[in-house]
Design a protein. Structure first.
Length: 290
């Protein structure tokens, strides 16, 4: 294990290590205007949602490491107290990347990237027409993290209006995570396409799961089960009674024939097949019937 003292390494190296380790990071595609009304558009991956009541988003334009200058987005947010945060999906990732080019002050990145300027309703900054979700925001506060290169500046934004493309909604009016097709920032030149690698993790029970510590020792110490497997097994209200588990197995000849006269490791391997399919009940009945 390599140990790094942030005070003992170059900021550029530390910056790269942090961005490589902390990800994927959502992208705030921030649209602002300067005091002369010239639009500006730039992406930031130091970004997330921090409150729903009031609705608060925070992103952080960092001071440039190489020369300690600040970005136009930060200047504009301070001057106008307004910003539109647009969500980036796969369809616009290349145009988003192009907009991150450090064009001279006064150059309109909407034009350079070929993205559509859509007038906002409550702020002067424009929305990105191609973005699936757009947040019109008031800048409540800007908090500098420092004065040297690499220092962030937290821009605390309150959402005044949210615009959602109906094409990314499901039949219940919720945002469909496959349809929205978001991308996220990784280290270096790497991005992550969310819906190509999505998987569900059911939230813990509304009641209290038994926990990994309550699992039988032969399960906790098994060389077959991973930490994720143990988490699934621990997220139940109770372990099936042996009589119930045997009755379950007796009603499923395929399972009964599989686990008859096999050792504990083979039983664990068989149960794991069901855990991998998120069929926790069957896995538990196999383990409890041994």
């Amino acid at each position: 294990m390599m140990t790094i003292d942030p005070s003992q390494v170059a900021i550029g190296k530390l910056h790269g290590l942090m961005l490589g380790a902390i990800g994927p990071r959502p992208i705030a595609f921030a649209s602002t205007i300067d005091s002369n009304g010239v639009p500006n558009l730039s992406p930031f991956s130091f970004f997330n949602v921090f409150s729903a009541n009031p609705p608060i988003l925070i992103f952080s334009p960092a001071r440039r490491v190489r020369n300690n200058t600040i970005k136009h987005t930060l200047e504009n947010a301070k001057a106008t107290k307004e910003v539109v945060i647009n969500i980036v999906n796969y369809d616009i990732v290349q145009q988003m990347s192009l907009s991150s080019t450090e064009y001279a002050e006064g150059v309109n990145e909407f034009v350079k990237s070929g993205l559509t300027m859509v007038p906002s309703e409550k702020v002067k900054a424009y929305r990105v027409g191609e973005s699936p979700v757009q947040f019109e925001c008031r800048v409540n506060e800007v908090i500098p993290m420092g004065n040297e290169g690499g220092a962030g500046n937290l821009i605390i934004c309150e959402v005044l209006l949210m615009h959602v493309n109906e094409n990314v909604l499901d039949k219940d009016g919720k945002i469909d995570q496959h349809k929205i097709d978001q991308v996220a920032r990784m280290g270096g030149n790497w991005y992550s396409r969310a819906n190509m690698g999505m998987f569900e993790v059911p939230k813990p029970l509304s009641t209290i799961g038994i926990g990994v510590d309550a699992l039988p020792e032969e399960i906790r110490q098994s060389t077959i089960f991973t930490g994720n497997d143990l988490g699934k097994l621990g997220n139940v209200e109770g372990i099936p009674q042996k009589t119930e588990a045997i009755a379950f197995v007796d009603n499923h000849d395929d399972i009964k024939n599989k686990i008859q006269q096999v050792n504990l490791i083979e039983i664990h391997k068989f149960a794991k097949q069901y855990l991998d399919q998120d069929d926790i009940d069957t896995a538990w009945n196999i383990l409890a019937a041994k």
